[in-house]
Design a protein around this ligand. Sequence first.
Ligand SMILES: CCCCCCCCCCCCCCCCCCCCCC(=O)SCCNC(=O)CCNC(=O)[C@H](O)C(C)(C)COP(=O)(O)OP(=O)(O)OC[C@H]1O[C@@H](n2cnc3c(N)ncnc32)[C@H](O)[C@@H]1OP(=O)(O)O
Ligand SMILES: Cc1cc2nc3c(=O)[nH]c(=O)nc-3n(C[C@H](O)[C@H](O)[C@H](O)COP(=O)(O)OP(=O)(O)OC[C@H]3O[C@@H](n4cnc5c(N)ncnc54)[C@H](O)[C@@H]3O)c2cc1C
Length: 669
Amino acid sequence: MMTAKRINPDLQRERDAATIDPEELTRIIFDGAKELDKKRKLEDAVFNDPDYKSIPLNFMSREEQYEEGIRRSAIAVTKKEALGDLIENHNDLISYNTLACGIGNAFFLHESMFADSIKRMATDELKQKMMPLQQKFEIIGTYAQTEMGHGTFLRGLETTAHYDPNTQEFVLNSPTVTSTKWWPGALGKTSTHAVVLAQLYTQGKCHGIHPFVVQLRSLEDHKSLPGITLGDIGPKFGYGANDNGFLRLNNHRIPRENMLMKYSQVAPDGTYTKPPKAELTYGTMTFIRSMIVRASAFGLARGTTIAIRYSAVRRQSEMRPGEPEPQVLSYPTQQYKLFPLLATAYAFFFVQKKMVETYSVVNQQINDGDYTRIQELHGLSSGLKAFTSWATNVGLEICRMSCGGHGYSMSSGFPKLYVDFTPNCTYEGENTVLLLQTARFLVKSLKEGKRGAKLPGTVAYLSSNVTELRARATSAGRDLKDPRLLVALYKERAMRQIMFASDKVEAARSEGLDLVGALNRASVHLVRAANAHSHLLVVENFHEKLQELKVSQKLKKTLLQLFQLYALDGITNCSGEFLEDGILSGTEVKAIRQYVVELLPLIRVNAVALVDAFDFRDEVLDSVLGRYDGNVYEELLKWALSSPLNKTDVHPSYDKYLKPLLHRNRSKL
Ligand SMILES: CCCCCCCCCCCCCCCCCCCCCC(=O)SCCNC(=O)CCNC(=O)[C@H](O)C(C)(C)COP(=O)(O)OP(=O)(O)OC[C@H]1O[C@@H](n2cnc3c(N)ncnc32)[C@H](O)[C@@H]1OP(=O)(O)O
Ligand SMILES: Cc1cc2nc3c(=O)[nH]c(=O)nc-3n(C[C@H](O)[C@H](O)[C@H](O)COP(=O)(O)OP(=O)(O)OC[C@H]3O[C@@H](n4cnc5c(N)ncnc54)[C@H](O)[C@@H]3O)c2cc1C
């Protein structure tokens, strides 16, 4: 943690009064003392390096942001080579890049989706050719799937790859305006190569979308190759430093070997062999979806750190004349805005660990040719990606508004945090669409459970029936703060929502609709069901973690309070779903509302320590309001003074426009 020269006394008092040691919690969040030490060393390596210093992003034009992003990303490549053991795994790599290229990592897709697609789907020969070039940064790759006309509906992509057996090449084309590749990160100006998804045609037949490695730019002068039109798509809501781009292909030829042919093949004569499972093409997206759960945890942790520290420093409104103005953190309404989000950030930290573990186990099974859990992984990653990113998206705006007027200033850090986070709800699968995928898996699992099939872990509860679940909830006692009861209540709620949605699908089918039509008619209920299921997974996982963790009694007590707040507040926000089937009575829901309010002052004692435990350095938070030392007001003034508009006392526009206006009647006076 950064040592500050002078800590704001209010913030210091909060830290002194805490009953927990934030460092104990930090070690849990970052997987133990060794990993934490590594993370801090990586931070030192970046923030003590003058090469990573630049003028504040807020005062740069978009071109300057792009250039600065490229500069930092490029030097990060060489600097990280010298860091040896500090970068041991993919998490370390992401951490280092996030720290070094805070403005936006130009090579994120190169190191994730481009590399992963090749590793996952290329033949050994293509891998041997491409991976060293990728790893040594002799080429820069991106992932070009989305088109102007279609992002969600992959089967609707229009880019074509026609196989020509005479030359043993694929001929790539963008036959319509809407087939223009649109959005891929780093496509416009940076990348030399892309994994391009296109409809494969061979021997006169279309075989659906397949991935191809396509060179876009010359490796000598970086000019786009003949048959290729490339560019930046223009300014966006956020991600100013990234050249999200467009690509048009005009009879562009690539060798047959550039198709990623591990699972499906085109032989030299054009004969097509289909993959053992069509969904294997989608694996790279599953990988990033699981990472977005991690990004959600970090995003909400950042937002709550800024808002809670600032709320401890900010004093407003005498309660009674002459009394000192309270810290806004002491108002129950402020606590009610922020503490459930703090609890949510913790819940997401724990569930992202589970997501990453599950991903890595199932991915290994898939690599070994065992596809039995592929659907479960898809249901889990789609549901958690959507559930956690939506909650973080909403939570960040609540955090910003909880900072009053100063939250609206760029100096708060919230505008950049929000605009860079919010596309997590859209890219890598639009959230509604992903929840519908999860729901499909849930409806299927429910049916199979009823038939007596053994269901995988995350949906095993669907093989029970509601009477059993109700009995389990009842046997857990009726102490509404008891974690076992809370998990049982969430389970019953999820089960009932899934049953309700399934019944609606069945009802539509019995009216003669086909499955697709029936799923579409029931889609509002299906999304609700998938949300309820994902919510349960977060609650259940938090409970399991509480039982597993070997921590001090004081910390255990605080984590239990956070769990209770997360679970109880979740009930009040969806109380209709708990009331409508009598899972809870009206009296119980009212009692839960009161418990939530009673938990707030208990959390208040440790609120600052709990955000300190996230261990964000000031350079990472990039927020005047969230500073570790709490010296908000002095820094706000400094920040404003550094604004380019304040370079001169009189702005040049005075002579051009204001003076003529102000002086226009002067001669008449
Ligand atoms: C302090 C230190 C600090 C450190 C801080 C560090 C903290 C941060 C750390 C983290 C930083 C990272 C942040 C991330 C940044 C990201 C960058 C941006 C990247 C953005 C890239 C993109 O944005 S890139 C494009 C993504 N674009 C999609 O995402 C399209 C969605 N659209 C579909 O994905 C399909 O279109 C859709 C709908 C499934 C229908 O698919 P479809 O048309 O085939 O139709 P069906 O629905 O019929 O599906 C047919 C059957 O396939 C099954 N299935 C489908 N998908 C499956 C799958 N994946 N796995 C298995 N099975 C699957 C399904 O379940 C059916 O199974 P069944 O038949 O048995 O029911
Ligand atoms: C910042 C950013 C970076 C990106 N980076 C990349 C990249 O690197 N590579 C890449 O290939 N792509 C990238 N994308 C594109 C991204 O993956 C798509 O935008 C995303 O998958 C959503 O697809 P869409 O834009 O077609 O949305 P649409 O599908 O058009 O969504 C519009 C609305 O329609 C609804 N809808 C669509 N289909 C259904 C359905 N079946 N049922 C119910 N509702 C539906 C959605 O819920 C949504 O409300 C990026 C996008 C952004 C914003």
